[in-house]
Ligand binder design. Structure first.
Ligand code: GMT
Length: 373
């Protein structure tokens, strides 16, 4: 098939899913056309059968806010006509599903079909905003196929939009051959030169991730045993996390790595992964950590319990329960055999339920169904 994929190319789960899906589909022989305002960050290298079409924004003084949704629609229709796409697969409803609707209207042939994948905040925050609500609902109704990344998000979307449209759950996935246990010893020695335990957090540092809680949890762990905290990513709450690390006197042990491409190398040297989010439709970073045999200490919110099994592959606590999460970290770090059990269970779960070879064929089958409909 020829598939046009649109996503936010920035550091975020939906862009990661779109990029990894595009790469996996290309490997399976499909022709993939990314249509986005810049190259998604996990697509920096050349991949056979993957093409990139940049959405160019008009720069004119009258247009104080460049019309991204329209520029995207124009580019989507151009690519659709040029290569004869079977399907537009848009990640994140707003405004991508609206742009796809416009592009198809411009092409005027009822093709390409539109598949929209919902990732979380497109429904829970953006789509739920009063001003955008009717537009989001319209876009969902005009899509030929709708998928979401967890059962939680399926229920939430039905609740918020009161829609009866079929909404298929296709969970996020991980390449378990790339995200593997047993990290590089040189990297471990560089991050934790005295054999300290390594805790990792990876996100876009938005408020919903509660990054300051990550630092608070770490400070409690650090007061009991030597440890390092690796913070991967960047965003609005980075400075707050930095100041907090300073005031809790753990700054020397918190390593702000910023945005990183090769997250598998960093995750695979970790002892624990921390995800204390306020809300999380899935928790892709937690799954990637599990694939590297890293147990997850997280909050029991949204779709996280569908990924992390409480008491088996990690521990789930209420949002804001910093003490509880710190205790959970110490319970595992202080008991070697239990930690090893959790490590194995985490890896097993990622391989058995979320491997890309299991999930990508679900997308392929869904495209075929939508294109044939
Ligand atoms: O988590 C973010 O802030 C980024 C956001 C996105 O759309 O890029 O992530 C959402 O999609 C990810 C991939 O499906 C999910 O793993 C995240 O749980 C979800 N984030 C939230 O629901 C807050």
């Amino acid at each position: 098939m020829r598939i046009g994929i649109t996503c936010y190319p920035t550091y975020g789960g939906s862009g990661v899913v779109a990029s990894e899906l595009g790469k996996a589909l290309a490997q399976r022989g499909h022709e993939i056309h990314f249509i986005s305002y810049s190259l998604p960050f996990r697509l920096q290298h050349y991949h056979e059968r993957i093409f990139f079409h940049e959405v160019e924004m008009v720069d004119y003084p009258l247009l104080e806010h460049p019309p991204y949704a329209l520029a995207l629609a124009a580019k989507m229709s151009e690519v659709g006509a040029q290569v004869g796409l079977d399907c537009f697969h848009v990640h994140y409803a707003m405004p991508h599903a609206v742009s796809a609707f416009l592009a198809r209207a411009i092409l005027g042939q009822g093709r390409p079909k539109i598949v929209t994948t919902l990732h979380g905040t497109d429904i829970t925050l953006v789509g739920n905003d009063r001003s955008l609500f009717p537009m989001t609902r319209f876009a969902l109704e005009q899509s030929d196929g709708l998928t979401c990344v967890s059962r939680y998000l399926q229920t939430k979307t039905r609740e918020v939009f009161d829609t009866r449209r079929p909404l298929v759950v296709i969970p996020n996935f991980v390449d378990t051959r790339r995200f593997t246990p047993g990290g590089r010893s040189d990297l471990r020695a560089c991050m934790a030169p005295h054999g300290e335990r390594i805790l990792v957090h990876l996100s876009n540092f938005r408020t919903v991730k509660r990054v300051p809680d990550t630092v608070r949890i770490f400070a409690q762990v650090c007061s009991v045993l030597p440890a390092k905290l690796l913070l991967i990513g960047d965003g609005q709450d980075r400075l707050q996390a930095l100041h907090l690390a300073r005031s809790l006197e753990v700054e020397a042990d918190v390593i702000f790595l910023g945005k990183q491409d090769d997250v598998e190398s960093l995750l695979s040297i970790a002892d624990l992964f921390l995800l204390p989010s306020q809300e999380e439709a899935f928790g892709l970073a937690a799954l990637e950590a599990m694939s590297c045999a890293v147990p997850v200490i997280a909050t029991a919110v949204g779709g996280v319990p569908e990924v992390v099994e409480d008491g088996k592959t990690g521990f789930l606590l209420p949002p804001g329960d910093v003490q509880g999460m710190a205790r959970a970290c110490l319970a595992l770090l202080g008991d070697e055999s239990r930690h090893a059990e959790f490590r194995e269970a985490a890896r097993r779960r990622a391989v058995a339920h979320f491997d890309s070879n299991l999930i990508v064929p679900l997308y392929e089958a869904y495209y075929r169904e939508v294109v044939a409909s």
